[in-house]
Design a binder for this molecule. Structure first.
Ligand code: COA
Length: 137
């Protein structure tokens, strides 16, 4: 399976919304659509939102914020039908390999599956907020 990560355009916004909130509430999806449009128009500083594809099929979304000191995985989501096939692992491994600097992310305190994946890929807890752990590699 060939995994690619490609910056999203306005044409990809429907896909981003489908991955994010396909089964969720309309109101939430509408809110996310506005955020996604700002992101793909380049209106969010240092932030790139991408489409994750597996053998050409759009299966997920990724938002990465890069500064000289840090690469932050600000959002990663694989559509439920495509989870548990190694796609998330490959995407994060690629980001870490290309980063050349610390990589951080936040994971919900009630998302132990995602945290286990990040731990396996070398991330460790470095702090927390009310709802999330911050992890760094
Ligand atoms: C978290 C998330 C991004 C991981 O992506 P993913 O593509 O499912 O991740 P992987 O397939 O690489 O790894 C998930 C599990 O599948 C297993 N796996 C990897 N390749 C596999 C394969 N070929 N066959 C079967 N299982 C496999 C992994 O070992 C891992 O097992 P674990 O549960 O013991 O950790 C994805 O599940 C997701 O979008 N979740 C909902 C949103 C979310 O929680 N985002 C993160 C917020 S911080």
């Amino acid at each position: 399976m060939e995994i690619t990560i490609q910056p999203a355009t306005v044409e990809d916004v429907d896909h981003l919304v489908w991955v994010c909130c396909g089964t969720g509430e309309q109101q939430y999806a509408d809110g996310y659509r506005q955020d996604a449009l700002e992101q793909v128009r380049g209106e969010v500083a240092n932030s790139i939102t991408s489409v994750i594809r597996a053998d050409g099929t759009a299966v997920g979304r990724l938002r990465v914020v890069r500064t000289p000191e840090l690469v932050e995985i600000a959002g990663i989501q694989i559509h439920p039908t495509w989870q548990n096939r190694g796609i998330g692992t490959e995407v994060i491994t690629t980001i870490v390999r290309e980063a050349g600097r610390p990589v951080e992310l936040e994971v919900s305190k009630v998302n132990p599956n995602a945290e286990r994946l990040y731990r396996r890929l070398g991330f460790r807890r470095v702090g927390d907020t009310e709802h999330d752990y911050r992890m760094r590699r």
